[in-house]
Design a protein around this ligand. Structure first.
Ligand SMILES: Nc1ncnc2c1ncn2[C@@H]1O[C@H](COP(=O)(O)OP(=O)(O)OP(=O)(O)O)[C@@H](O)[C@H]1O
Length: 302
């Protein structure tokens, strides 16, 4: 990635309403070239709506949106660089997976037949079975294969793996990372399986009730909280005055999670008290940030 490359997506004040309901409330978003984004948030937060706007499937009611420098819905050359894999892909009734894989290259100029073939074998996808007869996981595999083999410069995966078993999901993550390393592109992954994809994500966009709550580097987000564990008394004295976001423990032992990173001095103090410091899981953090006690106005990471 060069420093001068313009963002792939530029959105400001993006708003989407359905009747009197505001699904997206003035979203500002910039997606850079060649990064893997996690678009996270609770059910109904607005993730799919954002992806539908960015892929020209629906239109905003307010704000500005540019994808590859243009309005997404109006330019064929923009749409040929974008791939959206949703939770439930729809295919013509008569289609078999082989028909999907034969027609996909017409839409995606960077399509890789080789990668598609390898993935078909790895996912054990029956190419000649009618799509209507595929199992839930096999149907998801079709979408995942199209999304990866498209090598589209901007690829969206919106909860793409309903029904995929753990082995198949691991295959998806491994293949995504390996192919991304060789063919960098911008990938947006929306999922509720946060811990599973945590290591893949370079940047986190957390949506809550139609607003952006976090837009930050994944490392920065991970470093925004710490867990300390050890003897209860020592733990409690160490975390006194901090913003506690989680507690656990049994008997004389406690584990407390608090916001903020520690400097070298504080780390040494923890060691001297016999305390253990551990990073917080992204999922744990996000559950906390989007929990019911969170005020809609709270800004967590700038
Ligand atoms: N066509 C529609 N008409 C009315 N409301 C809608 C429509 N599409 C979405 N919404 C509402 O907009 C909000 C955002 O929906 P969206 O599908 O973007 O959420 P999401 O973050 O993708 O959720 P999930 O994680 O459950 O998939 C929800 O409250 C949803 O009910």
């Amino acid at each position: 990635m060069t420093d001068t490359a313009p963002p792939v997506v530029r959105a400001s004040g993006l708003t989407k309403t359905y009747g009197s309901f505001t699904a997206l409330d003035g979203i500002d978003l910039s997606l850079e070239e060649n990064r893997i984004y996690g678009l996270l948030g609770r059910n109904g937060a607005g993730k799919t709506t954002i992806m539908q706007l960015l892929t020209g499937q629906i239109f905003p009611d307010g704000g500005r949106l540019e994808v590859f420098g243009r309005a997404p819905a109006e330019h064929v050359d923009v749409l040929s660089r974008v791939c959206f894999i949703g939770e439930s892909q729809k295919y013509p009734d008569s289609f078999k997976p082989k028909h999907v894989l034969e027609s996909a290259p017409l839409f995606f100029p960077k399509w890789s037949h080789e990668l598609a073939d390898e993935l078909v074998a790895e996912f054990r996808l029956p190419l000649n079975r009618p799509i209507k007869k595929l199992s839930r996981g096999q149907l998801s595999a079709v979408g995942v294969i199209v999304g990866l083999a498209s090598r589209a410069p901007l690829t969206f995966f919106d909860e793409p793996y309903l029904g995929l078993d753990a082995v198949a999901r691991a295959t998806f993550y491994d293949r995504l990372l390996a192919d991304y390393a060789e063919h960098p592109r911008t990938i947006v992954l929306s999922t509720h399986l946060i811990d599973e994809v945590s290591n893949l994500l370079e940047h986190i966009v957390l949506i809550d009730r139609g607003r952006v709550l976090i837009d930050a580097d994944a490392e920065e987000v991970r470093g925004s909280a710490t867990t300390v564990a050890g003897k209860r008394e020592a733990v409690e004295s160490f975390v006194a005055g901090r913003e506690i976001i989680g507690r656990d423990g049994i008997g004389g032992l406690a584990s407390v999670t608090f916001t903020g990173a520690l400097d070298t001095l504080q780390r040494r103090e923890a060691r001297e008290l016999g305390l253990e410091l551990a990073p917080v899981s992204l999922q744990q953090l996000i559950v906390h940030l989007t929990g019911t006690d969170l005020s809609a106005e709270k800004e967590v990471v700038a």
